[in-house]
Write a protein that binds this ligand. Structure first.
Ligand SMILES: CC(C)(COP(=O)(O)OP(=O)(O)OC[C@H]1O[C@@H](n2cnc3c(N)ncnc32)[C@H](O)[C@@H]1OP(=O)(O)O)[C@@H](O)C(=O)NCCC(=O)NCCS
Length: 257
C-alpha cells in the first residue's frame, strides 16, 4: 500500500460534532493503489465506477484511522455491505458520483455513527411519498426532501451494524432544524430495539452542492440503549419481510440511476 496522493486530491478534514472523531472528504478517483491487497482483491470484478467509489472510500477511511493513530488494517465489508471497522473504532462511509466522505471514531462513548452524501435536489418528486412519512410531508415547507432522504440513509448506516435490522424509510421520522443545521430522530416502526435511535444527534451541512448528513448515537448504559440492545447477526438475522422491503427499495433506486 502506498501513501502518496496526487496533487489536488488531498483529503479535506471537516468539522465534526463528536470528540475523537474524524470526518474526511475527498474526490472520487481510482485510489486502488492506496489500498491493502485484501481490499483490492474485493474489486476484481468491479466496474470502474464501483472501483473508484470503493477505493476512494477506503483511502479516506485509512486516512481517518491514521489521524486517530490507529494502525492501518484491511477494511473489508460484512455480509450486508457494512464496513468492518478495526476493534475500538466505529464509522461510516458514503459516496456520491463525485465525492466520498468517511466518519470514523475511537470515542468509547459512541455506540454508532452514520454518514451520507447526496447531490442536493436529487430526489425525484415521485419518490417523496416513499421516503417521507405523512407528517414529514406536511411539515416539509421549503426543505429539500433529498436532505431528509440523506439523513435517513445516515440513520440506517448507524443502526444496521448495531441491530442488524432493516429499517424502512417510513419507520423513522426526522425533525430538521434549518437554523441550527441539526435533526432529531423519532422511531415510528415496530421494533422496540430500534427506539434507541431517538437518542441520536444529527447534523448536516452543504458541501459542493451536496447534503452531507452525520448522525451519532452515544452509549448511555441504560436499558434500551444501543449498547444493551447490541446483538450478533447470527442471533437475529435480517427479518425476511424487511429484506424484501430493502430489495424493493434497491431495485427502485437502481431504476432511478
Ligand atoms: C445501504 C444504503 C444506505 C447505502 O446507500 P447508497 O446511497 O447506496 O450508497 P452510499 O454511497 O450512501 O453508501 C454506501 C456505503 O454505505 C455503507 N453501507 C452499506 N450497507 C451498509 C449497512 N448495511 N450498514 C452500514 N453501512 C452500510 C458502505 O460503507 C457503503 O460503501 P462501500 O460498499 O464502498 O463500503 C442503501 O443502499 C440502502 O439500502 N438504503 C435503504 C435503507 C435505508 O436507508 N433506510 C432508511 C431508514 S431510516
Amino acid at each position: 500500500m502506498r501513501s502518496d496522493e496526487p496533487l489536488g486530491r488531498e483529503p479535506r478534514f471537516l468539522d465534526c460534532p463528536y470528540s475523537r472523531t474524524i470526518c474526511v472528504y475527498g474526490p472520487i478517483h481510482d485510489a486502488a493503489h492506496l489500498l491493502t491487497q485484501a481490499e483490492v482483491a474485493t474489486l476484481q470484478r468491479a466496474l470502474p465506477k464501483r472501483k473508484n467509489e470503493y477505493s476512494t472510500g477506503r483511502w479516506l477511511a485509512h486516512r481517518a484511522l491514521k489521524e486517530l493513530q490507529r494502525p492501518t488494517t484491511n477494511l473489508l465489508s460484512g455480509q450486508h455491505r457494512e464496513p468492518l471497522w478495526p476493534q475500538g473504532t466505529i464509522g461510516s462511509i458514503a459516496h456520491s458520483e463525485r465525492h466520498a466522505v468517511v466518519l470514523v471514531s475511537s470515542n468509547p462513548q459512541l455506540a454508532g455513527l452514520g454518514v451520507d452524501l447526496e447531490l442536493m435536489g436529487r430526489l425525484d418528486e415521485g419518490l417523496v411519498g416513499s421516503i417521507l412519512t405523512e407528517r414529514e410531508r406536511l411539515r416539509r415547507r421549503n426543505i429539500d426532501p433529498t436532505l431528509i432522504f440523506s439523513a435517513k440513509e445516515a440513520v440506517y448506516k448507524l443502526l444496521f451494524p448495531i441491530l442488524r435490522e432493516y429499517v424502512d424509510f417510513h419507520d423513522v421520522e426526522l425533525l430538521i432544524d434549518p437554523e441550527k443545521h441539526t435533526f432529531t430522530v423519532r422511531y415510528v416502526g415496530n421494533s422496540s430495539a430500534c427506539r434507541c435511535i431517538e437518542a441520536a444527534v444529527g447534523s448536516y451541512r452543504e458541501i459542493d452542492g451536496h447534503w452531507l448528513t452525520q448522525v451519532g448515537l452515544a452509549k448511555t448504559g441504560t436499558s434500551g440503549d444501543a449498547r444493551s440492545v447490541q446483538r450478533s447477526g447470527a442471533q437475529i438475522g435480517v427479518n425476511e419481510e424487511r429484506r424484501r422491503q430493502r430489495d424493493t427499495y434497491a431495485s427502485q433506486r437502481s431504476r432511478r440511476e
